[in-house]
Each structure stands twice: as structure tokens, then as C-alpha cells.
Design a protein around this ligand. Structure first.
Ligand SMILES: NC(=O)C1=CN([C@@H]2O[C@H](COP(=O)(O)OP(=O)(O)OC[C@H]3O[C@@H](n4cnc5c(N)ncnc54)[C@H](OP(=O)(O)O)[C@@H]3O)[C@@H](O)[C@H]2O)[C@@H](O)CC1
Ligand SMILES: [K+]
Length: 516
């Protein structure tokens, strides 16, 4: 539970550390360390069988060539194919000089056993962090061949074709089952296409972790269970419902009551003491109570807001299926400016659309003392920034930071590898979750969970990180049980999250050694 933070570094920081190390270490040291780290991994993970290594024209190709020499010395059957390289950089040139004769193959790896056994392992050393344009046709063909073999693929540093900073993958990118990344972990391996292309990610720091630590101020973090200790703090016996907060939820316009119930039930399962649901319906509620969860208290949104002062609400969530009409606009403005005190606030879905459409609401949000949490998906983020979804997805970290700065809020940019940014631009990427979450209602569940954690007194930064991690981890738990990713339903996430919190809490009670 107390693992050190797992940092993520963008390419300029990695390049800086690489340059410092190259200047102070004997020639070729780093590439040798990179190749040794890969050779160790291959020996452990794929101890037998033939290995194909695909090399590119730069230092990533040099890593591959040096790895080939080491594996050959260890008695492994290795074949190397290389893209044309006129004048490789010095480290790579040295690696090619050291490559034993006979390993470098002419032609194309697809000619290798066309109908026969695939190699035990394909190593992708085509391109690393130096890829600056579309993959050349030959590399694209080799990547396609590697996919067809269905052999395990180990990418050195970065799967070729995947952007190490943004996770944007070219169509022809290598799809790796494993990635051994060098010096420090990289955001592009964990957001957008990173999850699909990098497989299991390991880090070889090449002895540079201390140097890299000097650059941690601009780095991000991968959110893991160990970053969310507050989720697993054991509850005291001498507590009551008031100890765990009262959540006020403004959600569920006519036809969208499901969104309100999903969010409210998720908040209940995430441990909120009391939940008041203000249904976004004009006069009276079409739903008197939730028959499955009569614990939830339902009333019209207007009534809930009018009574807010006497109800002791400790956190508000607004937006899930709330609608974007005049009444919803009024309720949102009321939430932002006219309630007694200033409780933590989560804005989702329709609340974000309203915000994007009215600068006056944005001004109210920015004027809050305590930053709110915004939970846009990429299309909502595009509306909030006045741009297109493609621009958001082209650099999700930059988009989350820009949103956080513009609205002076915590931003949770949803999607594969959810990005969290603080109002001042400190960013993290969620390390949990899977494609099962790509279904209606999961956003409502996340909003409800975040509200519940805030209502229970978590600080906004802890709640933002813990909420996204718990939501993703619950989906991972469901997949592990066979309930997804296909057909996972949003309503199943909350009970799985409850299980994880309680399991982690009882592990915490048992003390060190127990797993969350
Ligand atoms: N330096 C060190 O000590 C260490 C480095 N390490 C390793 O080096 C990797 C970075 O090496 P790198 O900078 O040489 O970049 P890399 O990814 O090999 O590719 C650049 C080459 O590809 C070319 N090129 C680019 N795009 C292209 C395209 N579409 N189509 C065709 N060509 C294209 C580009 O040509 P140019 O753009 O210059 O014309 C250049 O020749 C890093 O990921 C790690 O694996 C580790 O060993 C640790 C120690
Ligand atoms: K690579």
C-alpha cells in the first residue's frame, strides 16, 4: 500500500536526462545497459525458442542490434532484420559493428517460415522516442506481419508508431504484448492508444533514476491503489450516518431518471452517509422513490435547492441527465452562487454543456474559493475549450491542463487512460480500467462516486484520483470475474467498487503484508 509514486515523463525530460548521462558516462554505456535490461527480461520471460529482432535506423535499432549480440552470446537463435540506415548515430553504429556475422538477414521477415511455427518472440526495435513522421512502408509491413504471427512482441522503449507523449498511435503501429521502456515510464504508454499498443509495461531506469528525480516537478503520475490510501481507511465503530456526509445530487430530467439513479446508487455503494436526489423535473417528481434503493431521498431539484440551507448537504453533484433547458441553467447558477456556504462540487455531462454555452456560468465557477471537479468526456472537453474532439484527443494531457486552467477546476478527462489535472496543471493518468467502461451510464457512476468520496471528507485532490482509480478498478474486478468487458453494465460497477473498498479496508486492518 505504500509503494513509491510511479512517475510518467514526457520526452523532453527523458532527452534531457539522456543528454546529461551521455556527457558524463563512458561511450555506449547507456545503450549497453538498455540491451542488458532487455536481455535479462527475455531470459526470464521467454527462455526458449527463436527470436526475431526488427531494427530501425536510429538508436532504438541500435538497442535491438546490441540485444541480438547478447542473446546470440547466450546461445539463443536470433535473426535480425533492419530497415535501411545510411549513417546511424554513434551508439547505434557501434552496436552494428558488434553484431556477430550471420545474424543480419536479407529481405523481409515475412519470408521466414510462411506456414511454419512463429518465432517465440519478436522484438520491436524499429523506432523509439525519435519517430518524427509516419512509419515508412517497410516498417508498416513488418508491423503487420508481426500482428499476423500472433507471437509475443516485446517493444523496446516504445511500440513503433506510438507517440510516447500523447499515446496517439499510427494505424500501422506495432501492437506489443510487452514494452520495456527506458529511463522512465512515459504517458503515451498509458493513455489513448497506449493501453492497446504497449501491453504490459516494465521500466528499466538504466541507472538514471536519481538524475530523473530532479525532473519530477513537471512529471505526471500513474494512479494506482497505493495512491488512494483514503479509500481503505478503516471506519471507526463510534460513527453514524452524519460522519459520512450528505450528498446533494441535481440530475435526471424527464426521460433521464436512470442517470440520476445510477449516480445516486453509486454514491450509496461508495459510502456516502445520506443522499438527496433532486430530480430535474419542473414541479413534482415522476418517481416517488427508488424501489431498489429506498435509502435514496427523491424530491424535485428546485425543492432540494430551496431547502439546501437546512439539509446539511456536504457535497453537490450536478449534471447527470440533468437537461440543458432554462430550469437547469437556473439550478446550476443557484448551485454556483446562491447556496449558503461553499460545498465541494462535481459537474458532469449536461452541467458541462451549460457551462460551455454561457460565459456567465464559467465566471461563477472560476470565482469559487474551492475548485470544483469537472468530468468531461472528449466531446464535452472540446465544447468547453471551443475546439474539436480530435484536438482534445491529439494531446489529452495538454487538453486537461488547458481546461483546468481556464475553469480553475480539477479536470477528469475521461476515455482510455483517464487524465486528471489539478487547477495548476499537475497531471496524472489512471492506471486502472478497461474497455468495459465504454457503455452508457458509466460517467454517471463516476460522478456519484466522486460526490460520495467528497461528502465523506476526502480532500478534492485525493477524491479526484481515488474516484477514477476505484471506478476503473471496479471494472477490472468485473472483467476478472468474467462480467465484461463485453456487456458490462454501468450499474454493476458500484457493487464491485464497494467490494474493493471493503476488501482493502479489512486488509488495512490486518496490517502490512495484506493486499488491497
Ligand atoms: N542515445 C542513447 O544513448 C540512448 C538511446 N536509447 C534508445 O534510442 C531511442 C531514441 O533514439 P533516436 O533518437 O535515434 O530515435 P529512434 O526512435 O531510434 O528513431 C530515430 C531515427 O529514425 C529516423 N526516423 C524518424 N522517423 C522516421 C520515419 N517515419 N521514417 C524513417 N525514418 C525515421 C530518424 O531519422 P531523421 O529524422 O533524423 O532523418 C532517426 O534516424 C530511444 O527510444 C531508445 O530506444 C537507449 O539506448 C538509451 C540510450
Ligand atoms: K520500438
Amino acid at each position: 500500500m505504500h509503494a513509491p509514486a510511479h512517475f510518467l515523463f514526457r520526452t523532453p525530460s527523458i532527452r534531457l536526462v539522456e543528454r546529461e548521462a551521455l556527457a558524463s558516462l563512458p561511450a555506449h554505456t547507456l545503450m549497453r545497459r538498455a540491451a542488458w535490461a532487455a536481455a535479462d527480461l527475455v531470459a526470464q520471460r521467454w527462455p526458449e525458442g527463436a527470436i526475431v529482432i526488427l531494427c530501425g535506423p536510429g538508436n532504438n535499432g541500435g538497442d535491438g542490434a546490441m540485444l541480438a549480440a547478447l542473446l546470440h552470446q547466450a546461445g539463443r537463435c536470433v535473426r535480425v532484420w533492419a530497415l535501411p540506415h545510411a549513417a546511424p548515430p554513434p551508439d547505434a553504429a557501434q552496436a552494428w559493428r558488434e553484431l556477430p556475422e550471420g545474424l543480419l538477414q536479407p529481405g523481409d521477415p515475412s519470408q521466414l517460415h510462411p506456414e511454419g511455427k512463429p518465432p517465440a518472440l519478436i522484438v520491436d526495435a524499429l523506432f523509439g522516442i525519435g519517430l518524427s513522421r509516419p512509419l515508412p512502408d517497410q516498417a508498416a509491413r513488418w508491423a503487420g506481419w508481426a500482428r499476423l504471427t500472433q507471437a509475443p512482441v516485446l517493444a523496446l522503449d516504445v511500440p513503433s508508431g506510438l507517440d510516447a507523449d500523447t499515446g496517439v498511435a499510427q494505424a500501422a503501429s506495432i501492437v506489443a504484448t510487452h514494452t520495456l521502456t527506458y529511463i522512465g515510464d512515459k504517458p503515451g504508454l498509458h493513455t489513448r492508444g497506449g493501453g492497446d499498443h504497449a501491453g504490459t509495461v516494465g521500466v528499466a531506469d538504466l541507472g538514471l533514476s536519481e538524475r530523473l528525480a530532479h525532473h519530477a516537478h513537471g512529471a505526471g503520475r500513474l494512479i494506482q491503489a497505493s495512491d488512494c490510501p483514503a479509500l481503505f481507511t478503516p471506519r471507526g465503530n463510534d460513527t453514524h450516518k452524519g460522519s459520512y456526509g450528505t450528498l446533494g445530487l441535481i440530475a435526471g430530467a424527464p426521460g433521464m431518471a436512470g442517470a440520476a439513479l445510477l449516480a445516486a446508487r453509486a454514491a450509496l455503494y461508495a459510502g456516502a452517509g445520506k443522499i438527496l436526489v433532486g430530480l430535474a423535473e419542473p414541479d413534482s417528481c415522476s418517481l416517488a422513490c427508488d424501489p431498489l434503493h429506498p435509502e435514496l431521498m427523491l424530491r424535485p431539484a428546485g425543492d432540494l435547492l430551496a431547502q439546501a440551507g437546512s439539509l446539511g448537504v456536504t457535497c453537490w453533484v450536478a449534471g447527470c441527465g440533468m437537461g440543458t433547458g432554462t430550469a437547469s441553467h437556473t439550478w446550476l447558477a443557484q448551485l454556483l452562487t446562491r447556496l449558503p456556504g461553499e460545498q465541494p462540487l462535481v459537474l458532469d455531462a449536461d452541467a458541462l454543456t451549460l457551462l460551455a454555452g454561457d460565459p456567465a456560468l464559467a465566471t461563477m465557477l472560476v470565482s469559487r474559493h474551492t475548485p470544483a471537479i469537472l468530468t468531461p468526456h472528449p466531446r464535452e472537453a472540446a465544447r468547453l475549450l471551443g475546439t474539436g474532439t480530435d484536438a482534445i484527443q491529439a494531446d489529452r494531457i495538454a487538453a486537461a491542463q488547458a481546461l483546468a486552467a481556464r475553469y480553475r477546476a480539477w479536470v477528469i478527462l475521461k476515455g482510455a487512460g483517464t487524465v486528471v489535472s489539478s487547477p495548476t496543471g499537475q497531471w496524472s493518468i489512471n492506471g486502472s480500467g478497461n474497455a468495459g467502461l465504454a457503455t452508457a451510464g458509466t460517467g454517471d457512476v463516476l460522478a456519484g462516486m466522486l460526490g460520495a468520496l467528497l461528502a465523506q471528507g476526502l480532500a478534492v485532490d485525493d477524491a479526484a484520483r481515488a474516484g477514477v482509480w476505484l471506478h476503473g478498478a471496479a471494472a477490472d474486478e468485473l472483467v476478472a470475474q468474467g462480467t465484461g468487458p463485453i456487456g458490462l453494465t454501468a450499474g454493476e460497477i458500484a457493487p464491485a467498487a464497494r467490494l474493493l473498498r471493503n476488501r482493502g479496508q479489512s486488509d488495512a486492518r490486518r496490517g502490512p503484508g495484506a493486499s488491497a
